[in-house]
Write a new protein. Structure first.
Length: 391
């Protein structure tokens, strides 16, 4: 069967591209339903964009690559689309936009746009092989066990990365890129919790507090202690900049001055123990943990300014070396991917392979936590769709 465009992957980028690229379109996915990753995002409410999105919110070997697509399709363009379809939304902290009701509304909007555009959706369909010849791209499919061949002049790869394999994530995009001579940058889990030796933070499991976590770059958000290690937005953000074996720095008092508060407490209640004095600055469980971890003892009155200063340096620059991360199992994104050196940033087309496009997470453009990766999906998909319509 012949199409104008075959799109592999019915996630955010694939759905968006299919809905807007025009012509006879086949959208293929191995899942039972389209947009599965959208459904579970944002606690079921889909953090669908971030109004502060800019190139500086993304990691890539080429920090300029995302500029074109992001400038041409902005967060407000997607907000307009959402509003046109009657989806109520609200802003949370740091420019994050969520559906008031459900992430399913975003999926319904995109699948509805695809239906209106006449897109043929093939679910529970796996890709067995991709070839290129005089007739264009020939894709061998297995649709619920039945083999079929389809062809198209253009092929769009939107199959994502390796994150969350239980949802069926694979390295298919990377295999296709290699097949057609495109380079790959190193891939690794991003936006992922850190792990520590078993039991390290078990006494603090479930405790969350504001912090500044630094791993090459600093992020001021919540930190969450878990049975396995550290999580929470600040940790997930920093994880994308962390490398195995490196230390992270945790500031338990971002924007505050614990030294001044401890000096004042010493003048007012010097006979109080140092550990119990920390209770006024942080949760008691954490104060007890640090007292044991760092061997804190004595009364507050016994602490000189130098001793208090040294303690506060540790409180604002706690050095920790994760043993690893939870990996692709829980990672929200995959860092790295199809090397942007081989792609046209205006069209997402392979420079050396006419009609072959890569969009979304499989490309070496990875955003921060907070709606940025969805905005990249929308923007890269629209850059590709515009090129397909024009071609």
């Amino acid at each position: 069967m012949e199409f104008d465009t075959i799109i592999l992957g019915a996630g955010a980028a694939g759905l968006m591209c299919a809905a807007h690229c025009g012509g006879r379109v086949l959208l293929v996915d191995h899942a039972k339903r389209a947009g599965e990753k959208i459904r579970i995002s944002g606690g079921g409410r889909c953090n669908f964009t971030n109004i502060g999105t800019g190139p500086g919110n993304f990691l890539s070997q080429n920090p300029h690559f995302a500029k074109s697509a992001l400038a041409r399709y902005t967060p407000w363009d997607f907000v307009s689309l959402v509003s046109e379809h009657g989806i109520a939304w609200h802003e949370k902290t740091l420019g994050q936009l969520f559906c008031d009701d459900s992430a399913k509304q975003i999926v319904a909007m995109l699948t509805g746009l695809c239906d209106s555009a006449g897109v043929k959706l093939a679910l529970e369909t796996s890709v067995e092989a991709v070839r290129h010849g005089p007739e264009g791209y020939r894709v061998s499919l297995s649709e619920r066990g039945a083999a079929r061949q389809v062809t198209a002049r253009r092929l769009v790869v939107a199959t994502g990365g390796k994150s969350i394999p239980k949802m069926g994530a694979t390295g298919l995009a990377y295999d296709i890129a290699r097949q057609f001579g495109l380079g790959l940058t190193e891939t690794r889990p991003g936006l992922v919790p850190f792990t520590f030796p078993e039991g390290r933070f078990s006494a603090l499991s479930g405790l969350s507090l504001p912090s500044r976590v630094t791993a090459a770059r600093s992020f001021d958000e919540a930190l969450l202690f878990t049975h396995r290690g550290l999580s929470g937005p600040a940790v997930l953000q920093a994880s994308s900049y962390w490398r195995e074996g490196e230390a992270i720095s945790v500031n338990l008092f971002p924007g505050a001055d614990p030294f001044a508060r401890l000096r004042q407490a010493r003048s007012e209640a010097g006979r109080r123990s140092l550990t119990r004095s920390l209770d006024s600055l942080m949760p008691a469980r954490l104060a007890d943990f640090l007292a044991s971890e760092w061997g804190l003892s004595g009364n507050l009155a016994d602490q000189s300014d130098k001793a208090l200063g040294a303690l506060c340096e540790r409180l604002t620059g706690w050095q920790l070396v994760p043993s690893g991360s939870e990996g692709y199992r829980t990672a929200e994104v995959t860092l790295g991917g199809v090397d942007t050196e081989g792609l046209d940033s205006r069209t997402m087309e392979a420079k050396a392979q006419s009609g072959l496009h890569f969009i979304g997470e499989c490309v070496d453009v990875t955003g921060w936590l907070g709606g940025y990766n969805f905005q990249w999906a929308w923007a890269s998909a629209m850059a590709c769709a515009e090129a397909l319509r024009a071609g």
